[in-house]
Design a protein around this ligand. Sequence first.
Ligand SMILES: NC(=O)c1ccc[n+]([C@@H]2O[C@H](COP(=O)([O-])OP(=O)(O)OC[C@H]3O[C@@H](n4cnc5c(N)ncnc54)[C@H](O)[C@@H]3O)[C@@H](O)[C@H]2O)c1
Ligand SMILES: O=C(O)[C@H](O)COP(=O)(O)O
Length: 528
Amino acid sequence: MAPRVLISDKLSDAAVQIFRDRGIEVDFEPELGPDKEKLAERIGDYDGLAIRSATKVTEKIIARADRLKVIGRAGIGVDNVDIPEATKKGIIVMNTPFGNSITTAEHAIALMFALARQIPQADASTQAGKWEKNRFVGTEITGKTLGVVGCGNIGSIAASRAIGLRMKVIAFDPFLSDERALELGVEKVDLDALLARADFITLHTPLTDKTRNILSREALAKTKKGVRIINCARGGLVDETALREALDSGHVGGAAFDVFVEEPAKENVLFGHPNVVCTPHLGASTKEAQENVALQVAEQMADYLLNGAVTNALNMPSITAEEAPRLTPFVKLAEQLGSFAGQLTETSIRGLRIEYEGDVAEMNVKPLTSAAVTGLLRPMLQDVNMISAPVMARERGIHVEEVRREQQGAYENYIRLTVITERQERSVAGTVFSDGRPRIIQVKGINMEAELGPHMLYVTNEDKPGFIGRLGTLLGQTDVNIATFALGRLERGGDAIALIEVDTELSEGMLKEIEALPNVRQVKALEF
Ligand SMILES: NC(=O)c1ccc[n+]([C@@H]2O[C@H](COP(=O)([O-])OP(=O)(O)OC[C@H]3O[C@@H](n4cnc5c(N)ncnc54)[C@H](O)[C@@H]3O)[C@@H](O)[C@H]2O)c1
Ligand SMILES: O=C(O)[C@H](O)COP(=O)(O)O
C-alpha cells in the first residue's frame, strides 16, 4: 500500500507534485492545520504529516497518530511540535534547516532599514497626502554597530549582509567559535557588551528556556539610548511589555517585529506605537524560500517513507538513501542481539558496549546502536523504539559505548554486544552472511551458529552425554516441534549452550520440566 501524507499547512504546490511523482498519496488541506479537532480526527489515516508553523502537533494529536512515521517541517522552527511525545511514539521529526535562511536574514535587514528610515510610517503619511519631509529624518546605518544575538545560519547571513553595508558587527552566541567569528568578520562579545554597544540589535536564536526573555526588562535597561531592536526569530525572546515601556519612555528608539509571544497576533502591546513596525511572521515568506523548503521536506519525507533514509531529523541519526538498504540487515541483527541480551538480563543494567568489527565498522553505526538499545530495553519498556531508545537509555543512566575495529577477524563483519550489570558482563555476538540474514555466532564466549526465529528456547547446561536426546524426547512428547537446533560448548565436559527454534510458544510448565532435566543450569523462552 502506498504511504499517505497529509499537508496541513500552506506549503508550496511543489511539495504535492514531489509526493505524487514518488508514488505517495497526498492530501493537501491547509485549513486542517489551525483546526486542532479536525486534525485529531484525521491524523490516524496518515503515515506522514507535512507542516509549517500554523499546525500545532500537540500530545493530543500525536496520541491519535497511530500510523504516523514522520512529521516534516517545511522550515526551521519545530517549537510547534511536541518532539518528546513524537519520539516516544517512534515518529521522526525532520525540518529543512537552510532553505529559508537567506530569505529570513533579508527580512531582518529589510526591517532594519524600515526602522532606520521609518519607511512604513513615511509611506502611510505620504499616501495620506501629508508630505511630512521634516517628520521623517532617519539615521544612516553605515558605521553603526549591529548586535547579533544568535549567530547561527540566519544570524551569520544577516551579519555578512550588514558587513556589506559597512556596519560594524558584534555577536553574542555562546556556541560561536573564535575561528568562525574571525571567518565571518564579527567581533565576539558577551551579552552585556552587546547591549551596551549596539545601535541595532537583531535576534536569531531559537526559543529555549535559556533564550526566553533574553531581552528582559533588565537587559533592555542596559541597552544604548535610542537602540532599535529587530526580532525575526521567535516571539518570547523579548519581554514585549517591558519593550513597550522602553519605547514609550524613548529609551528604545524603534522595534521591528515579525514574531510575537502569541500568534496569530491579532492584538499586541507593541501595536500602535509610532516607532514600531510589524509583519505577520513573514520572515520565510518568499517564493524562493517556500519552494526550497517545500521541495526539500517532500523529498526528505518521501525518502524516509519509501527507503528508510533519514535527513535533518531532530530525534534520529541520519541515514542516507544509499546506505539505508545496506544497513537494514545489520539493524535487524543489532536489534536481535539487544533483545537476546535484554531477555536474559534480570538485574538493572549499568552499561552497554557495542563492538563493530570488519565491514560493519565502516558503516554509519548510529542507527545500529539505536536498534541494539531498542532490543535491549524492549523487554522492560514495551513502548521503546529506535527513535526513543537512546533517550530512554540516557534517562535510565545506562551508559552506551560504541567501539569500532576495522580489521576483520574470522567473519567479514561482526557485532558484539556486552551488557554490564552490577553483577556481571554478558556478551552476545552475531554476523550477517552474504544471504543478508543475521546469525548469532557467540553467546557468553561460546561459539555457535544460530538463526533466530519467533520462539526460541535457550538452555545452558553441563556438557554431558545424553542431554540432547533427553531434551528432544521431552519436546517431542509434548508435541513441540523443533525447527532448528544449535549447540556450542566452551570445552569438552564444560559449559554448553543450546539455542533451539520451536514452532510454538513454550509454556511455563514445559520450561520447568526442561529445567528438571539432569545437568541443566538455566532455561529461558526467548521471543523475537
Ligand atoms: N521569522 C521567520 O519566519 C523565521 C524563519 C526562519 C527561522 N526563524 C527562526 O530563526 C531562529 C534562528 O534560526 P537559525 O536557522 O539561524 O538557527 P540556528 O540553529 O542556525 O542558529 C541559532 C543560533 O542561536 C545560538 N544560540 C542558542 N542559544 C543561545 C543563547 N542562549 N544565547 C545566544 N545564542 C544562542 C546557537 O548557538 C545558534 O548559533 C529560529 O528560532 C528559527 O525558528 C524564523
Ligand atoms: O521557523 C521557521 O522556519 C519560520 O518561522 C517560518 O515559519 P512559517 O513556515 O510558518 O512561515
